[in-house]
Write a protein that binds this ligand. Structure first.
Ligand SMILES: Nc1nc2c(ncn2[C@@H]2O[C@H](COP(=O)(O)OP(=O)(O)OP(=O)(O)O)[C@@H](O)[C@H]2O)c(=O)[nH]1
Ligand SMILES: [Mg+2]
Length: 194
């Protein structure tokens, strides 16, 4: 019923390119979400615009449009895997946990009952985490529409989906993602402490 879409495209300009394959501890960044998904037996696809290292290529989908950003990546992933709900994740989430994913999944029944087509963590300050969220398969219609209109912000999608917001506060570290070499260094300190 659930599949995952790991977004691994984009330029990664701030970190100097090739973000999924930045070394983090003894693995690549992208290995972290992959290992959690494997443990939970959730099928996944990795979406990007070019070939990755050989061992990852079985799971690859390509961006329908180059450099459009996450919305095109999500739609590409939804076209690759058939599922009721899709877990969208970034490639740079080394502190992702099984508990967090199970928490999102536990909200599906309630979301279905209320006609919510996405489940999005929200922090106390109102900040939301759309790249750590669940999207129902009928999001595809809205994704197609937004892409045709060249509307790239993910908030446009969320507004169409009658979102169910869930509590992000108890999972704070899960949302640590890495945009710059400094953030990579800081996150490594955190990994060592763990
Ligand atoms: N498939 C796909 N993924 C993307 C695209 N743009 C960003 N992503 C992914 O979305 C997540 C969040 O993007 P950012 O952290 O801003 O990454 P980025 O855009 O490559 O980085 P900057 O160039 O520094 O802004 C990361 O996992 C990226 O790999 C895209 O066009 N296609
Ligand atoms: Mg970006």
């Amino acid at each position: 019923m659930i599949s995952a879409i790991i977004l691994a495209g984009g330029k990664g300009k701030r970190i100097g390119g090739n973000k999924p394959f930045k070394k983090f501890g003894d693995k690549y960044l992208i290995d972290y979400p992959i290992s959690i998904l494997k443990k939970l037996k959730i099928p996944y696809t990795i979406v990007t615009s070019k070939n990755l290292l050989f061992k990852y290529n079985n799971f690859l989908s390509f961006d329908l449009i180059d450099d459009f950003g996450p919305l095109a990546g999500i739609l590409s992933g939804m076209r690759t895997l058939n599922s009721e709900w899709y877990l969208v994740l970034p490639c740079d989430c080394p502190f992702l946990t099984e508990d967090f994913i199970n928490y999102l999944i536990a909200n599906i029944k309630f979301a279905e009952k209320r006609g919510c087509k996405c489940i999005v963590p929200r922090h106390r300050n109102g900040f939301i985490e759309p790249l750590f969220s669940l999207y129902r398969k009928d999001s595809k219609i809205y994704l197609n529409k937004l892409i045709l209109e060249d509307k790239r912000k993910i908030i446009y999608l969320i507004r169409e989906l009658n979102p169910l917001y869930v509590d992000a506060e108890k999972f704070k570290n899960v949302f640590i993602n890495i945009n710059t070499p400094e953030e990579l260094r800081d996150a490594l300190k955190h990994l060592i402490k763990k």
